[in-house]
Ligand binder design. Structure first.
Ligand SMILES: O=P(O)(O)OP(=O)(O)OP(=O)(O)OC[C@H]1O[C@@H](n2cnc3c(O)ncnc32)[C@H](O)[C@@H]1O
Ligand SMILES: [Mg+2]
Length: 166
């Protein structure tokens, strides 16, 4: 099969490659059509679906996957959230979300001021490219769970649902 993923982010591409080891994986940026920093489950999920549907325009692929990171509020506090969507050629869409963790107050405050988590994390850790590496989830879980591992779980949930429905 040819599986396309709507991002060149290494954690997302790696998660799809790990979950579809027998298949050809193609990485191509696909617009989320939502804000660069989604701020609810609905918006983050919509970004994942839009990315997957956008990838389907590539006529030669069998499955298209969109993965999107965002934050969502519970009780006035922000949690990291991530969503995935898998679209088939027949435009059937499966969705799933990943683990969520509470963000420290100092990080949440900057997001509420309109900043992007990726940028905030670089300043917080004084390191570049966190979004391509362990991610915010890796930093705040003492690297017990990396961004790629979290996305791998989401892609497994998508693959499993797609297999079950076949
Ligand atoms: O190239 P794309 O696929 O867009 O990769 P991205 O890293 O920007 O990932 P998202 O657009 O899905 O993430 C939405 C925003 O949340 C940020 N983000 C989400 N999860 C993150 C994480 O674990 N570590 C760092 N930034 C994260 C990210 O930098 C964006 O500002
Ligand atoms: Mg992005």
């Amino acid at each position: 099969m040819k599986v396309i993923v709507g991002s060149k982010n290494l954690t997302k591409v790696g998660a799809v490659e790990k979950t579809f080891p027998q298949d050809e994986v193609i990485a191509k940026d696909s617009p989320s059509l939502v804000a660069a920093q989604p701020i609810s489950d609905e918006e983050t999920r919509m970004g994942a679906v839009n990315r997957a549907m956008g990838c389907l325009e590539n006529a030669s692929v069998d499955l298209a996957i969109g993965l999107e990171g965002g934050v969502m509020e519970v009780d006035g506090r922000l949690y990291l959230c991530n969503w995935g969507a898998l679209a088939t050629r027949e435009k059937k869409v499966h969705t799933a979300s990943g683990a969520r963790i509470l963000l420290p107050k100092e990080i949440s405050k900057q997001l509420k001021d309109g900043r992007e988590l990726g940028d905030v994390m670089e300043q917080y850790t004084r390191r570049n490219g966190i979004r391509h590496k362990e991610g915010a989830i890796g930093v705040f879980t003492n690297e017990l769970v990396s961004r790629q591992e979290m996305f791998t779980h989401v892609v497994k949930l998508l693959r499993g649902q797609w297999e079950y429905s076949n």
